[in-house]
Write a protein that binds this ligand. Structure first.
Ligand SMILES: [Zn+2]
Length: 121
């Protein structure tokens, strides 16, 4: 287990406000109560316990990102379609019959779309 400093309520609010109530990665809406604080550069990879290394994340993204860097997390997500095609017959079937469409677009995170100033964010 990483040794994590417990944030004050005010500090949690600062992290929350960074993405205006969204997960920094997938962009889903999160509440202050359900927000998980992600260390952008994981502590195990030399990341610090400073506010600039903390972003709001949903439970799912925080779980999957775990000790990955942002780029490693992107690569993991990018591998998902291949994994599903390889190991999940229901997924393969759905693709074969056109119920799901496999695409290979680049994974972009919410914080990147937000920086680009895209509409609707
Ligand atoms: Zn998320």
């Amino acid at each position: 287990m990483d040794k994590r400093r417990k944030l004050t309520k005010a500090e949690r609010q600062v992290v929350y406000d960074k993405m205006e109530g969204h997960c920094a990665y997938c962009g889903c809406e999160i509440s202050l109560q359900t927000m998980q604080v992600d260390h952008v550069t994981p502590l195990r990879k030399g990341g610090s316990e400073t506010m600039d290394n903390m972003w709001p994340a949903c439970r799912s993204c925080n779980h999957y990102k775990h000790t990955l860097t942002v780029e490693q997390f992107r690569q993991e997500i990018s591998k998902a379609p291949n994994r599903l095609m390889r190991y999940d017959t229901a997924y393969r079937l759905a693709v074969r019959f056109g119920l799901l469409e496999l695409n290979r677009k680049t994974v972009t995170f919410y914080f990147e779309r937000k920086e680009d100033g895209a509409d609707g964010l």
